[in-house]
Design a protein around this ligand. Structure first.
Ligand SMILES: O=c1ccn([C@@H]2O[C@H](COP(=O)(O)OP(=O)(O)O[C@H]3O[C@H](CO)[C@@H](O)[C@H](O)[C@H]3O)[C@@H](O)[C@H]2O)c(=O)[nH]1
Ligand SMILES: O=C(O)[C@H](O)COP(=O)(O)O
Length: 250
C-alpha cells in the first residue's frame, strides 16, 4: 500500500461551557477558513443554550451530560472527529490534524488560521497561539503563567511565552501520543511538556486573537486557584513519574 498523504484540511474542536453568547460567532469564524472542513463543539455540561447556538451555526455538537472540565471536552471532541472519519473514510489520506479553539473568541477565531500552515506543511507537530495584549486588562498577577512556564522549562527545556494558551493545532499522531490528557486546566502545560519530551516539534505562532479575559472578582480568583491547582498537579505527576523511572532504572 502506498504511504498515506497528509490531510489538506483540519478539524476544529471547540470545548464550550455556558458560551451561548459567543459560540455562534466562533463557529462561523472557523467555518469560514478554507482549511477547515469539520467543526465539533463539545458542550461541557452547559446550563444555557450553547448546544443549540452551536448547532444552528453549523457545528457538529457532542454534549457531556454534566460538566467534566476542559481536558475531558478536548478528548471527547477528538473522539468525535475520529468517529466522523471512520464513518466517512478518505482514501489515502492521514487523519485530520486537530485545531483546538476556545469558544469565547467570537469573530477573532478566524485569526487561528496561522496555526494550521506549519502543521499541514509538516514543519511542526504542534503550534500554539501567542495572543497580543487584550483590550481589557486581566486581573492576574502571573502566578499561574509563571508556574506553567517554569515547569515547562524544568521538565522539557523550553520556556513558552504563553504556556496556558489553548489555541493549538496538532497532528493526530501528536495528540494520540499525549493521551490520556492531564485533567482540567493542566492540559495545555502537560501537552507541551509531553510532546517536547517525545521529541516532537512545538512552535509558538503570533495570532491576533481576542478573548474574554479573567477579571478580579472572587469568581475570577477561584478560577485562577483551580488553574494553579491543575497545573501544579500536572507538573507534580510528571516529576513523580520521572522519579519512579529513575529509581527503577527505566
Ligand atoms: O469546565 C469547563 C470550563 C471551560 N470550558 C471551555 O474552555 C475554554 C477556556 O475556558 P476559559 O473560561 O475561557 O478560560 P481562561 O482562563 O480564559 O483560559 C485560558 O487558560 C486556560 C488554561 O488554564 C486555557 O485553556 C485557555 O485557552 C486560556 O485562554 C472555553 O471555551 C470554555 O467554554 C470547558 O470546556 N469546560
Ligand atoms: O488571568 C490570567 O491570565 C489567567 O487566569 C492566569 O492567571 P495569572 O495571571 O495569575 O497567571
Amino acid at each position: 500500500m502506498p504511504p498515506l498523504r497528509p490531510s489538506p484540511t483540519v478539524a476544529v474542536v471547540i470545548p464550550a461551557k455556558d458560551e451561548q453568547e459567543r459560540i455562534a460567532a466562533t463557529v462561523r469564524a472557523v467555518r469560514s477558513l478554507p482549511v477547515v472542513d469539520l467543526v465539533v463543539v463539545v458542550d461541557d455540561g452547559s446550563r444555557d443554550a450553547t448546544s443549540k447556538a452551536a448547532r444552528d451555526a453549523g457545528a457538529l455538537v457532542v454534549a457531556h451530560p454534566r460538566n467534566r472540565g476542559k481536558a475531558a471536552a478536548m478528548t471527547t471532541g477528538a473522539r468525535a472527529v475520529a468517529q466522523f472519519e471512520a464513518a466517512r473514510p478518505r482514501e489515502g489520506l492521514r487523519p485530520r490534524p486537530l485545531l483546538f479553539v476556545d469558544a469565547d473568541l467570537g469573530g477573532s477565531a478566524v485569526e487561528t488560521a496561522p496555526l494550521t500552515a506549519p502543521v499541514l506543511a509538516g514543519e511542526a507537530d504542534m503550534t500554539i497561539a501567542v495572543l497580543p495584549r487584550q483590550a481589557t486588562a486581566g486581573g492576574g498577577r502571573g502566578l499561574v503563567v509563571g508556574l506553567a512556564r517554569r515547569g515547562t522549562l524544568a521538565a522539557a527545556g523550553w520556556s513558552p511565552q504563553q504556556p496556558l494558551s489553548g489555541m493549538r493545532c496538532l497532528t493526530r499522531a501528536a495528540f494520540e501520543a499525549a493521551l490520556p490528557l492531564a485533567p482540567g486546566w493542566g492540559v495545555e502545560t502537560a501537552l507541551t511538556i509531553d510532546l517536547l519530551r517525545a521529541g516532537l516539534r512545538v512552535r509558538e505562532v503570533p495570532c491576533d486573537l481576542h478573548h474574554r479575559v479573567t477579571g478580579t472578582d472572587w469568581r475570577a480568583q477561584l478560577h485562577r486557584a483551580a488553574q494553579y491547582r491543575d497545573v501544579a498537579r500536572a507538573l507534580g505527576r510528571r516529576r513523580l513519574a520521572d522519579a519512579v523511572r529513575r529509581a527503577t532504572g527505566g
